[in-house]
Ligand binder design. Sequence first.
Ligand code: TMP
Length: 218
Amino acid sequence: MLITLEGIEGSGKTTQIEYMVAYLQQRGLDYIVTKEPGGTALGEKIRSILLDPDNRDIHPMTELLLYAADRAQHIREVIRPMLAAGKVVICDRFYDSTTVYQGFTRGIDIAVIGQLNTLVLEGLAPDVTFLLDLDPEIGLKRAWAQISDGSRTRSETRFENEKLQFHERVRSGYLELARQEPGRFIVVDASKDPAVVKEEIFHHLGKCLPRAETQSLG
Ligand code: TMP
C-alpha cells in the first residue's frame, strides 16, 4: 500500500508521519518512510540542487525534469521493490507536488506533466493521499520559525523564499486536485492541533489499511 502526504511548507507532514509510524508499529505492519525529492542516494544530490536558495535561475522545465529524474530513480530503487515486498510505503510528497508546483503554480502545461508521468510512474498511483490543508501565512510562519531554530535547514529554502502569492496558488492547486480525485484524497484541516489532525488521519487509516493491503498483495 502506498500512502502519500501533500501540503504547503509548514503544513506539518513530518509530525504526522511520525504519528503514522507509531500507528503502523502498533498494528505490527511492515512499513518504510520515504520522501521526494531525496528518497535515494542519487535523489539526495538532486534534492540539494532543487532546494538550494542560491539556485534562483533554475528554469521551470529544468526544475520539472529534475523532480521527474528523482522520482524515476525513487520508484525503481525504493517504492516498487518495497511494495512488492508487501510493505506499507509512506511517502512525503509524490507526483501531486509536481502537478501543483510545476504545473498549476509555475505554469507548465499539465499535458506535458501527464506525458512525463506516463514515462516515470509506469501506472503507479498512491492508494491514499492525505492533503494537509493550511493557510500559507500560517504555514510559512511555522516553516521560518523552524529554519530559525535550526530544526529545518537553511540550505533548503528555495521554495520558502517564494512570495505568499506563490504558496496561495499551491494551496488552491492542491484543493483543486482533491476535488478532481475525491476517492484518493483525504483533506485534513492542518490548522488544528497536531494531536487532533492525527486522530483524523488515524480514523481514515483504520478504514483504508486492511482494504488496500489486500489490493497491494493481491
Ligand atoms: P520538503 O521536503 O521540505 O517538503 O521540500 C520539498 C520542496 O520541493 C517543496 O517546496 C515542494 C517542492 N516540490 C516540487 O516543487 N515538486 C515536486 O515534485 C516535489 C516532490 C516537491
